[in-house]
Design a protein around this ligand. Sequence first.
Ligand SMILES: *[C@@H]1O[C@H](CO)[C@@H](O)[C@H](O)[C@H]1NC(C)=O
Ligand SMILES: *[C@@H]1O[C@H](CO)[C@@H](O)[C@H](O)[C@H]1NC(C)=O
Ligand SMILES: *[C@@H]1O[C@H](CO)[C@@H](O)[C@H](O)[C@H]1NC(C)=O
Ligand SMILES: *[C@@H]1O[C@H](CO)[C@@H](O)[C@H](O)[C@H]1NC(C)=O
Ligand SMILES: *[C@@H]1O[C@H](CO)[C@@H](O)[C@H](O)[C@H]1NC(C)=O
Ligand SMILES: *[C@@H]1O[C@H](CO)[C@@H](O)[C@H](O)[C@H]1NC(C)=O
Ligand SMILES: *[C@@H]1O[C@H](CO)[C@@H](O)[C@H](O)[C@H]1NC(C)=O
Length: 500
Amino acid sequence: MLVSTTVLLLSLAPSCLSIWPIPRSLDLGDQILKLSDSFDITFGFASPPQDLLDAATRTRNNIRSDQLGRLIVGRGSSDSDLFGTASALSNLVLDLKNNDSAARPIKVEAVAALSVRDEAYSLSIPADGSPGTVTANTTLGLLRGLSTFEQLWYTFEGIIYTSYAPLNIFNDSPAYPYRGVMIDTARNFFQVSDIKRTLDAMYLVKSNTFHWHITDSQSWPIQILEFPELARAGAYSTNQSYTPNDIQDVVTYAAERGIDVLMEIDTPGHTSIVGASHPEYVACFLSDWITFAGEPPAGQLRITNMTVANFTANVLGAIAKTLPSTLFSTGGDELDMPCYAADEATQKTLKETGKTLFDALDDFTATTHGALHALGKTTVVWEEMVLEYNTTLRNDTIIMVWISSNDAAAVVEKGFRIVHAPSDYFYLDCGAGGWIGNNPTGNSWCDPFKTWQQSWEVWTFTLLLYPATGNLRLIQANNYFGLSNLGQGSIRTLEHQTRI
Ligand SMILES: *[C@@H]1O[C@H](CO)[C@@H](O)[C@H](O)[C@H]1NC(C)=O
Ligand SMILES: *[C@@H]1O[C@H](CO)[C@@H](O)[C@H](O)[C@H]1NC(C)=O
Ligand SMILES: *[C@@H]1O[C@H](CO)[C@@H](O)[C@H](O)[C@H]1NC(C)=O
Ligand SMILES: *[C@@H]1O[C@H](CO)[C@@H](O)[C@H](O)[C@H]1NC(C)=O
Ligand SMILES: *[C@@H]1O[C@H](CO)[C@@H](O)[C@H](O)[C@H]1NC(C)=O
Ligand SMILES: *[C@@H]1O[C@H](CO)[C@@H](O)[C@H](O)[C@H]1NC(C)=O
Ligand SMILES: *[C@@H]1O[C@H](CO)[C@@H](O)[C@H](O)[C@H]1NC(C)=O
């Protein structure tokens, strides 16, 4: 399958296939098929859930309104000669294979544990105008089929058509179970409407996790019923904070589009802002940042103090209990050691208890993760927790590799599942220059500038690392991929890599 997909891609490259990512199996024709003016999406099973009905409506509307021209010279004028004789598609049928009397809403299936989430679908579109079909075992799979269907259509002078008929995709499913985008809403606040716009784009490319880095040292934009003081003192303004309703709005909007929201409250570092309401919980609060932090403002939670650990656990629990995701991130990156070394309260407790700072971090983490485990959550942390602090973590913890792709193998060798998000390849804030540093023409913590080619080569890296380590376990259910699927992850973005 791998080889034939490659051949297929190379032969298609000049015409720029519009589907992304490329399905696992793809059988394309080259006939023109128009979309009938009366085109409708119908259901082969009783009682489709409301969010699937809504998704079908959006797909119909998007195809009609996006006015997307084919990406070739003439933008489809060469196709228009064939419009007169081409058939028209008037119906797409969505069918659940396991004919459950009670189909579950997409928003339920989208937040299931990764190991049981089923995004597979098949799509078939005959060239003669007879009905197309999407089949899947889940409504989430039907949604994925809709997003592929939506990518097939071009508009030329008012005619909506595809040039790929007849088309057959059999049992397409993700090469990687976690395909995410992270947004930091603490350094820069984003309106709910902006987040939704990003979720719309993620839906189109079948991205399935919105990693919401919602707080950081600079601001605390999340309002929590039990801890109103945090946002009251810590948001840039009342307008620049998310109410519990805003959070639910985003979470539901995402889930209806097949996207799980992994929220992160970064702790115990990156928490200066907690000092705005609880200065006694924060070491080095607003001290000289050049000495005590990677960037202003300085301050991080006093991990040796059980009152602070309990408070943090309660805050995390208060948020996590309102979220449907099985995942929750406690952060854990970039602890500033000079800060803890200089903090009298921290040093006093360490002396009294005879513990090291890393013992204290173990205790702190056991408390915060314990609260999340009690809620049934799987915890997620940044790579330093494993590679620098040697923190004791439950073996189902998911580790985000961000500092360097070179660190992925070491984390995997410790037996953890990883999310590969390395800054040496792809951080959107690593292009135009950072906000600290002395080079007015632009430099940043993650220099040099990452070209698009570099960003896309991350897939090549993944391909190479696998045989070297033998047991790379990108976060997965075991049956999701073996070696060939890792290769497929690369192949499935190849065309866009070469286009960029
Ligand atoms: C599935 O459900 C639909 C609608 O209730 C019904 O018409 C159809 O016969 C069922 N198919 C199977 C295979 O049971
Ligand atoms: C659905 O489930 C059946 C077994 O029940 C399986 O054979 C099939 O591959 C699954 N996936 C799709 C997309 O239908
Ligand atoms: C908050 O939004 C309201 C309504 O848009 C506006 O009147 C007010 O000036 C804003 N306040 C701040 C602090 O931005
Ligand atoms: C822990 O912090 C609380 C709240 O600031 C304080 O009352 C308590 O004395 C601290 N405990 C220790 C051992 O420093
Ligand atoms: C922290 O919480 C635990 C469990 O609820 C409790 O036993 C302990 O006394 C608390 N410690 C402090 C210092 O609040
Ligand atoms: C963690 O383990 C690594 C490798 O064994 C070691 O180099 C490092 O010093 C340890 N760090 C701590 C804080 O114990
Ligand atoms: C964690 O360890 C347990 C007990 O050894 C094992 O059964 C389980 O598969 C491990 N889980 C992961 C995700 O590695």
